[in-house]
Design a protein around this ligand. Structure first.
Ligand code: FES
Length: 125
């Protein structure tokens, strides 16, 4: 009896694992064509507010909110792989999230971006 129940739950667990791996594990943010080279756009999805950057045809995703204050990094000035917050002119490396100019001191959260059918996606947090 115990073994039968254990076996039953084992089957349920295996089925659940198959369903989870078959489901899309990514959150689609926007189409590649929505973000021009050297630009960024703001995306609000799944409770996240993100900046999606196009740096020389490669896509990077960070939190949109500056770690120093209320600045929106998708509205910042982009030079190479650095975004300058237009609120107090601090800046971050877009690829790593590391602050590169004061007054920004706290790293910016970054998300690994991938492309799925021309959509820019991140792993679900
Ligand atoms: S809010 Fe971004 S540098 Fe101050």
């Amino acid at each position: 009896m115990y073994q039968k129940r254990g076996y039953h739950w084992g089957v349920v667990f295996v089925n659940w694992r198959i369903q989870m791996s078959a489901a899309c594990p990514h959150l689609s943010l926007c189409n590649k064509s929505d973000v021009s080279v050297g630009k960024a756009i703001k995306i609000e999805k799944n409770g996240l507010t993100l900046a999606v950057f196009n740096i020389a045809g490669e896509y990077y995703v960070t939190d949109d909110l500056c770690t120093h204050g209320p600045g929106s990094l998708s509205e910042g000035d982009i030079t190479d792989d650095v975004v300058e917050c237009d609120f107090h002119n601090g800046s971050f490396n877009i690829k790593t999230g590391e602050p590169v100019a004061a007054p920004c001191m706290i790293p910016l959260k970054t998300y690994a971006a991938s492309i799925q059918n021309d959509e820019i996606c991140i792993d679900l947090p």
